[in-house]
Design a protein. Sequence first.
Length: 103
Amino acid sequence: MNPETIIQLRQQLEAIREFQRKNASWRFSYVGYWGQFFMGILFLGRLIISQTPDANVVAQVVYYLFGIGFTFQGFYLIIKFKMDKRVKLIIEAMLSIGESKPS
């Protein structure tokens, strides 16, 4: 394997590990991501359920922004968690194969 490729794979693997290190333990962070996603859904659901004409418009906008933000960020983190888990295994396998073969 090309030495530049090995360096790039190691950098990518280190970036994934750094993201994991910055978050809580894997199990709790994954539950937190789902919690954040459902919190966003609850904010958006509250807007749909409580459509009263005399409601404060500013409060509705804040609920909408928080709902959208929590939902999309939670969804992004769930997908990132799943992808990082798989990509990490692939990169580690490629590095072990690439380092075992002499170039």
